[in-house]
Design a protein around this ligand. Structure first.
Ligand code: HPA
Length: 236
């Protein structure tokens, strides 16, 4: 057990999928895993471990924002030995060619700040995804016929942004979408020499104001879970 995770040693798999929403973790575990078992419910942050095509997987909520994700990712990596961590979540599109429901594979994540700022200080570190996961997720997405974009995203500390001018700068520099967790996941993975990737579904569009209707969110989320699982075990 750790401060925030009640699982016993050995109850967390080496491969962990991290949706922001703990109820999404429950739905994904019940939908895609065999023999899924609840291994954490501290503070309602649900985590399940089960089997996918015979491979052990944990699906655990990260909460919203890098401060929350940092707590769970640190404990999963340092105390439970997680080796492959894949964020599955939503993002807002920042390019005209990116559509609602499209998938974005985040090659790198730009930020104003992360919980790692205390370490990096004046350094503009470029947190990036694990190449093999990125490649295998792109292959899995193409096989499924899901419109997919690979490139940079923006990990913001705030959902209610008081600096809309930054969005224009991001769009001008080719940033595909905005979310709130990937950059710190990548920082931690690189620091601890484990693999990480963010697989994101576009839930809203910052340029058009379009948004994914609630009833379509589940099926888009399902595509993302399967892309993440196929990437995680591409060489298993
Ligand atoms: N901003 C930040 N995070 C998000 C957004 C957004 O517009 N959409 C989905 N996650």
């Amino acid at each position: 057990m750790t401060i925030h995770i009640g699982a016993n040693p050995g109850e967390i798999a080496e491969t962990v999928l991290l949706p922001g929403d703990p109820l999404r973790a429950k739905w994904a575990a019940e939908t895609f895993l065999h023999e899924a078992r609840l291994v954490n419910e501290v503070r309602g942050m649900l985590g399940y471990t089960g089997l996918w095509r015979g491979n052990r997987v944990t699906i655990h909520g990260s909460g919203m924002g890098m401060a929350s994700l940092s707590i769970y990712a640190n404990e999963l990596i340092r105390d439970y030995g997680a080796k492959t961590l894949i964020r599955i979540g939503s993002c807002g599109a920042m390019q005209a060619q990116v559509g609602i429901r499209d998938v974005i594979l985040a090659m790198t994540a730009t930020t104003l700040s992360t919980p790692s700022k205390g370490i990096f200080r004046e350094l503009n570190f470029a947190p990036h995804a694990d190449w093999s996961l990125l490649r295998d997720a792109a292959i899995a997405a193409e096989k499924r016929g899901v419109p997919t974009h690979v490139g940079g995203i923006y990990s913001s500390d705030v959902f209610y942004d008081e600096r809309p001018d930054l969005n224009e700068i991001m769009t001008r520099h080719g940033i595909l979408g905005v979310e709130m967790e990937a950059a710190e996941l990548y920082n931690l993975a690189l620091r601890h020499k484990v693999r990480a990737l963010a697989v994101l579904t576009v839930s809203d569009h910052l340029l058009t104001g379009d948004a994914l209707p609630a009833h379509q969110r589940q099926s888009s989320f399902g595509d993302m879970v399967e892309i993440a699982l196929e990437a995680a075990f591409a060489n298993a």
